[in-house]
Design a protein around this ligand. Structure first.
Ligand code: AHR
Length: 512
């Protein structure tokens, strides 16, 4: 053993805020092979499908219980015109996807196909509207098309396209990255537009929209401040209701400076730790956006949404640079696990998060073979699968009582152990990450305030931080059972785990 050691206490009977399942949300953009070749193969494909949607992808993703899916972008959302993607496919106009690879988009995957995909996945739709190059009327009519019952112009148009009943659409985004690809606006200008658009995003019938204003990049807290200021007093009885219910922000784990993105597979120990320093920043960034929001909304009625996050590496050799197709290693899995710990810690303000992106783009869950009926489950996929027990569970604060597990990375102290926990009924789930690339860590936890019947450990680890799954070798990184020593102690149950280097462990605790 290296001598690295962490002690902590978890009070099983002192629960914190609920960890919304929506913190495990996803994102699918018309970008590279996420939609086309990822989710959608079309009705004439020899690859098994349900109405054009790849069956193997849906089956793999159902394990993750995806709570919501954001679509159609990203940057693409601000050049997407929804009417081009409804009606008979053969008659749909084509367009150029100038953000992503400058390729021609034939609009064969549109609104009806997206709603069918959500149905198959069991996910709630999160539709992102076009502010950058669209109009208020266009967005308002899209909501009507999707959610209004009866004989309105858009409801009739929908019926003429074969869908009589309206859908339920809970989440709506008002543009994307308006400071960049979504229109290069200043925060105050966007805040005014967001108010205008939100006014015409109507609740039709039983459908109530949760409107999400497009927020900051990374640590641009002043953007969040502008949006919060523009709402006015959120809780004063005399002030108007907020036009939007949440504010988003995006944070990617990207090396600094941003133009130095390296390979997803070939990286040094220095690169690995630099990635982890960047990943660990998420905790502070969520907290500080939340601090700004607290000034205007101490009751936390406005939600914070991280609707794009994940690692951003260089693309795989010989792939289109505009398609953002990258491989995924143990390093990516650990970036995901420490993000989830931060999400759990801030579950009182952070209401939703969406990994970018689900299939074949950036930090994907699955990589598909475009020609064949095969796919690869990435290490990140396994972290999502291991964490399903945290969905809608109550967070349990983890008190670290002593810690000897730091690593000095070029003058910055990296805390290499991350722990979070939650409880749902008679089950608790503890997540533990050891970021150290070389050294194991011994973790002793006191579980108090509950009668522990059984502890079951699972581990995701591999030979190296660079280990990954491929079509030829799909099981280099898989989840295995893991020994957990547990004993009755003075206070309840003491649990001892020796967590190997670069590993992610969960302990499922059954309570009487
Ligand atoms: O996820 C890829 C892109 O990253 C999105 O389209 C955009 O919103 C962000 O910059």
């Amino acid at each position: 053993m290296s001598g690295k050691h962490v002690n902590g206490v978890i009070d099983l009977d002192v629960t914190g805020p609920k960890i919304s399942r929506h913190l495990y949300g996803h994102f699918a953009e018309h970008l590279g092979r996420c939609i086309y070749g990822g989710f959608w193969v079309g009705e004439d494909s020899k690859i098994p499908h349900e109405g054009g949607i790849r069956r193997d992808v849906v089956e793999a993703l159902r394990t993750l219980r995806i709570p919501n899916l954001r679509w159609p972008g990203g940057c693409f959302a601000d050049e997407y015109h929804w009417r081009d993607g409804v009606g008979p496919r053969a008659a749909r106009p084509r367009m150029v996807n100038s953000h992503w690879g400058d390729v021609v988009e034939d609009n064969s995957f549109g609104t009806h196909e997206f709603m069918a995909l959500c149905d198959l996945l069991g996910a709630e739709p999160y539709v992102n509207g076009n502010v950058g190059s669209g109009t208020v009327r266009e967005m308002s009519e899209w909501v009507e098309y999707l959610t209004r019952e009866g004989d309105s112009p858009m409801a009739s148009l929908r019926s003429s396209h074969g869908r009589e009943k309206p859908w339920r659409v809970p989440f709506w985004g008002i543009g994307n990255e308006p400071w960049g690809c979504g229109g290069r606006m200043k925060a105050d200008a966007y805040a005014d537009l967001a108010h205008q658009y939100a006014t015409y995003l109507r609740d039709h019938g039983e459908n109530t929209l949760y409107r999400i204003a497009a927020g900051a990049r990374d640590d641009d807290y002043s953007w969040t401040e502008s949006l919060m200021k523009s709402i006015g007093c959120v809780t004063c009885p005399e002030s108007p209701q907020s036009p939007y219910q949440a504010i988003s922000f995006h944070y990617y784990t990207i090396p600094v400076p941003r133009d130095t993105v390296g390979s997803a597979l070939e990286f040094s120990a220095d690169d690995y730790y630099a990635t982890m320093i960047q990943a660990r920043r998420i905790d502070e960034i969520i907290r500080r956006h939340g601090d700004v929001m607290d000034i205007y909304d101490p009751q936390k009625s406005i939600g914070l949404v991280l609707d794009e996050w994940g690692t951003w590496h260089g693309v795989e050799p010989e792939t289109n640079p505009g398609f953002l197709y990258q491989q995924n290693t143990m390093r990516d899995a650990l970036v995901a696990s420490v993000h989830f710990d931060a999400f759990h810690a801030h579950a009182d303000r952070l209401v939703m998060a969406n990994i970018a992106q689900t299939v074949n783009v950036l930090q994907a869950m699955v990589l598909t073979d475009p020609e064949n009926n095969t796919l690869v489950l990435t290490p990140t996929y396994h972290v999502f699968a291991m964490n399903v027990g945290h969905h809608d569970a109550l967070s349990l604060p983890v008190h670290i009582t002593s810690r000897a597990a730091d690593r000095n990375v070029n003058g910055v102290q990296l805390d290499t152990v991350s722990i979070s926990a939650s409880r749902k009924g008679e089950n608790a789930l503890v997540s533990l990450t050891n970021l150290d690339a070389d050294d194991a860590v011994l973790v002793d936890l006191d579980l108090r305030g509950g009668a522990v019947v059984e502890c079951h450990g699972r581990i995701l680890t591999a030979d190296s931080t660079r280990s990954h799954n491929t079509f030829e070798s799909p099981e280099e990184v898989v989840v295995r059972d893991f020994d957990v020593a547990s004993d009755a102690s003075r206070y309840g149950t003491s649990v001892r785990l020796e967590i190997p280097a670069h590993s992610y462990v969960t302990v499922q605790v059954a309570l009487a």
